[in-house]
Design a binder for this molecule. Structure first.
Ligand code: FDA
Length: 583
């Protein structure tokens, strides 16, 4: 019997963090084994909003089309309703996830990819299938038991849950993508700030045809304000579309200080009927699960050869839809670094930059998501509602916002203001796209980070300041139209320059010879590999035509030169030596 297998990277978990890590590593040709505890992928829809940053990552690894084929498209996801029940009084609506015409323009300008809604139950199989097809050895029904690491690698003990046999996997690196109660993170003693289980929530999945109630306001989110809606939970009662318009998920809160309630199918059906606002609704309850809201992030994401990603290092409510997105983005940051270190093209210190770059993101998103859940309080306050009121009292308070009195007008103004705040949850384009890294894998160019001209949480502003994401612009020629992101495939560094900067391209070739790394220069301009189709790149590049922008495999800017320099080869060599932690 085989009791010992070897690989380069072993991944624990096949959720968004683990399955995407496997996909990225296999795409880069890194041998890996992914083990996961259960017989298949996620069994409840959970994550769904897949933001532009994630979509362009999925585009980069060639699976965006598969995701779109299974997703509810961008234009159907954003007419977010706030109401007393789906059939009840509508308090207001906001156009979310970039579906407002003005915000839609921001989104179209920012990325080649639009966001969409794909439930986790559909996304994970796509990630797992593509990872496995590309080389990942995927082991379901296999549980992580523990590990030891030494200077050469990690020995991982696992249990085959079908046979009860234990065996060990010897790998050079271990990724713990085993979710919010990560055993791997506990085993390496990651330091955390914040609290787990700050509030109680339940998910109820059900089937019912609600198309008549949604046709004129198609959205993935219908927020319901009823007695109990502000107890625990994620700010208010939520009826969330899983598949248009007959599969749904309700998130409803409970008071965790009173213990964990027992929720029967009859209780669940009652909650469904209450939130839909139809006492006789014929709904099939398909699942009930209880979970705790968390407000906790790790301040360091790895120890030696063991790295954690996803909910293992950032634990927060689903508000802002950042969980699965950030999990995939963690793995995207980590996988290319592992690939370069494993191939000897980068020094091991490059891996230190994973924590340096992603721990601040973990903190940011945990803080944002919890703040967003709490900001629902402003809407309850504006309507004069509190947790002690009965349904009749709540209705009476809500009724007041129709009053022709001054008090009625003040209430309407307060409601408008409270609704405005929800843009920080549902239109936080800056949070989604504006992540910026400071680490040794980024070389400063001596300039200050540009000050935002608009609210940096709501609005993304493109820049090539070292550390930020490469701006998107359309380039190509008479036969092709590509995003600048398409010029920078995941397996290499790319140097973008203009026609008078061709000396940079020559320098890049010499640096490839010297360092033996995957680096390619692209000259953008008429008659060259691609031209700047709408002259957007010259506006966004942040450098002169004879300058250069060095982009990392994960599409973050590693460094830039404002214009030509005396010795581009020496400059590039010094920058890449630093970025790659080479001696
Ligand atoms: P995840 O928990 O998904 O996966 C952990 C994996 O590890 C599983 O495969 C599990 O089987 C495995 N595992 C655990 N222990 C193991 C062991 N000992 N051995 C082997 N395997 C083990 N996010 C988002 O981006 N957009 C959104 O719209 C939403 N919406 C949303 C709604 C609701 C209701 C919820 C509850 C959550 C969301 N989220 C979200 C959050 C999202 O679901 C969450 O952040 C991701 O699932 C995290 O992915 P991970 O891969 O890190 O962990």
């Amino acid at each position: 019997m085989v009791t010992f297998v070897e690989t380069d990277v072993v991944i624990i978990g096949s959720g968004p963090a683990g399955a995407s890590a496997a996909l990225f590593l296999s795409t880069l040709g890194v041998p890996n084994i992914m083990i996961t505890k259960y017989r298949w992928t996620a069994n409840t829809p959970r994550a769904h909003i897949t933001n532009q940053r994630t979509m362009e990552i999925l585009r980069d690894v060639g699976v965006e089309d598969q995701v779109l084929a299974d997703a509810t498209p961008h234009h159907l996801i954003g007419d977010t309703v706030f109401c007393t029940a789906i059939t009840g009084e509508e308090i207001g609506r906001i156009l979310t996830w970039g579906t407002h015409p003005a915000r839609h323009a921001d989104h179209v300008l920012a990325s080649p990819s639009l966001n969409c809604d794909i439930p986790q139950t559909y996304l994970e199989p796509i990630l797992v299938r593509n990872a496995t097809e590309r080389g990942t050895r995927t082991q379901f029904s296999t549980e992580y038991l523990g590990h030891e690491q030494d200077s050469e690698g990690v020995t991982v003990r696992v249990l085959d849950r079908l046979t009860g046999n234990e065996y060990t996997i010897r790998a050079k690196y271990l990724i713990g993508a085993d979710g919010a109660r990560s055993a791997v993170a506990a085993d390496i003693g990651l330091p955390y700030e914040g609290q787990m289980d700050v509030a109680g929530s339940m998910n109820i999945t059900f089937k019912a045809d609600l198309s008549e109630l949604c046709r004129h306001r198609p959205s993935v989110l219908y927020w319901v304000i009823q007695p109990g809606a502000n107890v625990g939970g994620i700010g208010a009662g939520l009826v969330r579309m899983v598949r248009p318009w007959n599969e749904w998920l309700i998130v409803w809160g409970f008071d965790l200080s009173q213990g964990v309630p027992e929720v029967t199918e009859q209780d669940a059906l009652q909650i469904v009927r209450n939130l839909v606002g139809d006492p006789g609704l014929d709904a099939e309850i398909t699942g009930i699960s209880l979970w705790g809201n968390n407000e906790q992030y790790a301040t360091r994401l790895h120890s030696g050869r063991v790295f954690c990603a996803g909910d293992a290092v950032h634990k927060h409510p689903p508000s802002n839809g950042l969980g699965s997105n950030t999990s995939i983005q963690d793995s995207y940051n980590l996988a290319w670094k592992l690939a370069l270190v494993l191939s000897g093209q980068a020094g091991a210190d490059l891996l230190e930059t994973y924590s340096d770059e992603r721990a601040p993101v973990a903190r940011q998103i945990v803080t944002r998501a919890n703040k967003s859940a709490r900001e629902f309080g402003a809407l309850f306050e504006a309507l004069g509602l509190d947790a002690s009121q009965s349904a009749a009292e709540m209705d009476a308070r809500i009724e007041e916002h129709k009053d022709s009195s001054l008090a009625g007008a003040a209430k309407r103004a307060a409601v408008r203001e409270a609704m405005e705040l929800k843009n920080y949850e549902f239109n936080a384009h800056g949070v989604e796209m504006g992540q910026s890294y400071v680490s040794s894998a980024v070389v400063a160019d001596g300039t200050e980070k540009p000050s935002p001209s608009r609210d940096p949480e709501l609005y993304y502003e493109p820049s090539t300041w070292p550390g930020v994401r490469l701006p998107h612009a359309w380039v190509g020629d008479s036969r092709s139209k590509l995003s600048t992101h398409d010029l920078v495939p995941y397996g290499q560094f790319t140097l973008l320059t203009g026609i008078t900067g061709e000396a940079w391209a020559d320098a890049a070739l010499k640096v490839v010879d010297r360092l033996g790394i995957p680096l390619r220069a692209v000259v953008v301009g008429p008659g060259r590999e691609v031209t700047d189709l709408y002259f957007d790149w010259s506006r966004l590049s942040g450098v002169d035509e004879d300058g250069a922008v060095l982009v990392r495999p994960d599409k973050h800017v590693a460094w830039r030169a404002a214009s030509a320099v005396q010795d581009p080869e020496a400059e590039l060599l010094s920058v890449l030596t630093a970025v790659l932690s080479r001696e």
